[in-house]
Design a protein around this ligand. Structure first.
Ligand code: HSE
Length: 310
């Protein structure tokens, strides 16, 4: 028996947004993955990879697969799901590749099921994918991928996601071709925080949220400061300090490590500045001699896009 197929484009995302470790994230208009999903008469989840990355085919070890298994548990009337995955967002890039795989898969199947699950339930399913990817169920890539825009994850248990209205922002991302595993980048973090640092961080997070809501670019810029995570993680990314300093000289409002890295992102008020920032990033990594990819894009307010269903 043939079933309907849906094609979805889940977007890349920037988690943390500098000062909001594990609680803030936003979606990007580019790059996006392409996933095709169909219900199947074969029990469980079958995965076909349509790219060069050789991601695991065992659903329990596959980010999309783990998310789909969680969804199947909540949909006993659905026998099986077939997923064909084409990754465009490079795994390990720090722009939410695993979240896109997990979120895209559950949003696609939900579309086939006439949207029986809420966005919040889809985030819950997709977080099983993040657990496979990094050992931890964080939602700061998943939530913006599913909701679009800028999201605040006030709490994971119970899940409490708040969409934040934000002004137009242009985003420049550089992905230096070095490997930083999220699990490792979490392992090296200190488990204790000094009160004086916590106070600065609280001020910045509150300032950033207020800056988004009030569309106050200057406030956004001066709140993009992280005194807790960035000083530890930035040593894993050669050229980080220089990229940050020179991007700001080129007019960026600010930025920092995207998720757990190695990508670095910068926010700008307009496209011309975002392009000047891209040039700066290219110059730094060319001089250091590390290959890189760049993206110049804007914040995606739609989340996972359903491209076709037939
Ligand atoms: N908040 C997570 C971290 C995002 O920084 O470890 C990982 O992409």
């Amino acid at each position: 028996m043939s079933h309907k197929k849906v094609i979805v484009n889940p977007p890349a995302t920037v988690a943390n947004v500098v000062c909001g470790f594990d609680i803030l994230g936003f979606a990007l208009n580019e790059p996006c993955d392409e996933l095709q999903l169909e219900l199947s008469d074969e029990a469980g989840v079958q995965i076909v990879n349509n790219d060069e990355y050789n991601l695991p085919l065992d659903p329990e070890k596959n980010v999309s697969g783990a998310a789909l298994l969680a969804l199947l548990d909540a949909a006993p009337d659905v026998k099986g799901i077939k997923l064909t995955s084409k990754k465009i967002i490079k795994p390990g890039s720090g722009i939410g590749s695993s979240a896109a795989s997990a979120a895209g898969a559950v949003v696609g199947v939900n579309h086939l099921l006439d949207n029986r699950f809420t966005k919040e339930e889809l985030v819950q399913f997709a977080m099983f994918g993040e657990k496979v990817a990094s050992g931890v169920k964080h939602a700061d890539n998943i939530a913006p991928c599913i909701y679009g825009g800028v999201t605040l994850i006030r709490s994971i248990l119970p899940l409490d996601i708040i969409s934040l209205d934000a002004p137009t922002l242009h985003v420049t991302v550089v992905h230096p071709q070095i490997e930083v595993k999220t699990a490792d980048a979490r392992q090296i973090l200190k488990q204790q925080v000094l009160l004086k640092d916590a106070i600065k961080q609280w001020g910045n997070i509150a300032g950033l949220v207020a800056g988004f809501l009030q569309k106050d670019y200057a406030l956004i810029g001066r709140s993009l400061e992280d005194v807790i995570i960035e000083p530890v993680r930035s040593i894993l990314i050669p050229g980080f300090d220089e990229v940050k300093e020179k991007s700001k000289e080129a007019g960026a409002l600010g930025g920092g490590i995207s998720g757990s890295g190695p990508s670095i992102f910068m926010l700008s008020k307009d496209n011309a500045t975002a392009l000047a920032v891209e040039k700066t990033m290219q110059d730094v990594f060319t001089r250091i001699g590390i290959d890189f990819h760049t993206h110049v894009t804007t914040i995606n307010n739609e989340g996972v896009k359903v491209v076709s269903c037939e």
